[in-house]
Design a protein around this ligand. Structure first.
Ligand code: UDX
Ligand code: UDX
Length: 473
């Protein structure tokens, strides 16, 4: 078993450190935020991740997992040092902000007194392995000390991070020293996963290309969803039909409000930035980002198409987190949707099973006037006297809601299903004005004969709806 140090106790660092301890290694996690370390020492986690609290407790009790703010303590006797600090989008046209990785590398150099393998776990631009090598070499307190640098990108999904760590599709290792990469590969041998050993640049690129491809799949199906809506097809069934083709695969073809989170948005931006910097023109990546932004806007457009002006209305929002099973609000569609409807004069009632506090912080950070936002204890409270509901995060508990009760509580039964989790027919039957993303609206016949210029279907549709849903109560 090995002695390991992990720098950064965020989603990636804490999950990586705890899972490596759970495999029998001795792990010390270092973080610069004193309060975070004090709370971790008391077993209080800075993040919500299913199963992680018990695993941290078990490994702390077994003496395999430790927390400190001290680099000397963290690095003592460590054979492997994982850098998993955050690399948010910088203010350089979307490039990754490398300040934290650089400062972690400097702190390692100033405190390293023995040979160790330094491993980049954070998502870092191509060439960052060289950068870390240069910084450590330039800042070594003891120039006699030697070290190796390995790139080992993570592919953890929030909400299922432990599962993804313990059952990876592959482990990617890149280095200029194959022996160093092999040393790190031994840490993962018990996981019985394919291990890809390559050079530094290629390993760093595998991470960006993987995230960018998954984001592209999502934006592709969202573009298809818009076409489905116009032509009367059901995007969910389209995705199912496509997905049987092994070359396509059903995964990540869920149309909806688009991708959010701490990774896809910033990694696609960073990759496009790298390509721009290299004198290229990454058209597809820019299209992926544009489509993703438009999808969020669509939810609000659907609302105003039905309700007209949102001034004085009450909009209920179901879900805040960027996806279920996490409290992470980073680049969540909910923040934009709420900001936009409030800016059009609406009151918002919102509920999320776990992201209320992180949601409140994110909305305040986005400058949303919080007098217009009411945090509710459940979905039924959100629906009370609402003029419309928008489902943003597809938490399990929303799937089994009593929709008849929801309908009876609302002022006007308008429902925008941003994650296509409800059945359009059933929602129509219950009397909702239901709109999915790429399904749930039957086009006026004229759509099908493009040259029928008498009436544009949508206008006719909209007028119909406006008439229908005047004061229902
Ligand atoms: C990380 C990587 O940053 C990101 O590139 C990758 O895509 C996903 O994993 P995440 O774990 O989500 O992101 O970051 P975050 O939750 O922000 O945690 C980073 C931690 O590093 C924080 O606890 C922060 O306090 C700590 N940190 C930051 C340090 O300990 N030292 C620093 O110098 C900077
Ligand atoms: C992602 C990658 O999956 C993971 O490999 C990487 O390490 C970090 O980034 P994560 O951000 O936790 O993980 O979430 P993920 O489950 O990938 O979802 C990302 C976003 O895409 C979410 O907003 C989700 O709602 C959205 N999504 C996902 C869709 O809109 N449609 C889909 O079909 C799948």
């Amino acid at each position: 078993m090995s002695v390991i140090c992990v720098i950064g106790t965020g989603y990636v660092g804490l999950v990586t450190g705890t899972c490596l301890a759970d495999m029998g290694n001795t792990v010390t996690c270092v973080d610069i935020v004193e309060e975070k370390i004090e709370r971790l020492k008391k077993g209080i986690l800075p993040i919500y991740e299913p199963g992680l609290e018990e695993m941290v407790e078990r490994n702390v009790e077994a003496g395999r997992l430790h927390f400190t703010t001290s680099y000397p303590e963290g690095l003592a006797n460590s054979e492997f040092i994982f850098i998993s600090v955050n690399t948010p989008t910088g203010n350089n046209q979307g490039g990754a902000d490398m300040r934290f990785v650089e400062s972690a590398a400097r702190s390692i150099a100033q405190n390293l007194d023995h040979y160790a393998v330094v491993i980049n776990k954070s998502t870092v631009p191509v060439g960052s392995g060289d950068l870390v090598t240069r910084i450590i070499r330039a800042n070594l307190n003891n120039p006699e000390v030697t070290f190796s640098v390995v790139s080992n990108p993570e592919f953890l999904r929030e909400g299922v991070a432990i599962e993804d760590f313990q059952h990876p599709d592959r482990v990617v290792l890149g280095s200029t020293e194959t022996e160093a990469a092999k040393k790190v590969s031994h840490l993962y041998t018990p996981l019985n996963a394919p291990i890809v050993i390559t050079d530094l640049y290629t390993a760093e690129m595998i991470k960006y290309a993987s995230n960018a491809f998954l984001a592209t799949k999502i934006s592709f199906i969202n573009e298809i969803s818009q076409i489905c809506e116009r032509l009367g097809a059901d995007v969910r069934e389209v995705a199912a039909g496509m997905g049987y083709d092994k070359r396509i695969g059903r995964a990540f073809l869920d149309a909806g409000l688009g991708y959010g989170g701490s990774c896809f948005p910033k990694d696609v931006r960073a990759l496009a930035h790298m390509a721009d910097e290299a004198g290229l023109h990454p058209q597809m990546l820019h299209a992926v980002m544009d489509i993703n932004h438009d999808q969020r806007r669509l939810a609000v457009t659907k609302l105003t198409n039905i309700l007209g002006s949102l001034r004085g209305t009450t909009i209920g929002v179901l879900g805040l987190a960027f996806k279920p099973d996490t409290d992470d609000m980073r680049e969540s569609p909910a923040t934009d949707v709420i900001r936009w409807v409030v800016s059009q004069g609406a009151q918002v009632r919102v509920y999320d099973p776990v992201a209320t506090e992180t949601g409140r912080t994110a909305l305040i950070h986005e400058g949303v006037p919080m007098d217009n936002v009411t945090f509710c204890k459940n979905a039924y409270e959100v629906a009370k006297n609402a003029d419309a509901l928008v489902l943003v995060t597809h938490w399990n508990e929303f799937i089994s809601l009593d929709m008849q009760r929801i309908h009876s509580l609302m002022h006007r039964p308008v429902f925008i299903d941003g994650r296509n989790i409800y059945d359009p027919g059933e929602m129509d039957r219950l009397g909702f004005i239901y709109r999915g993303m790429g399904r749930g609206t039957t086009p006026a016949p004229s759509v099908l004969s493009a040259n029928d210029s008498t009436t544009t279907p949508n206008a006719k549709d909209l007028m119909q709806e406006a008439l229908i849903i005047g004061e229902t109560k």
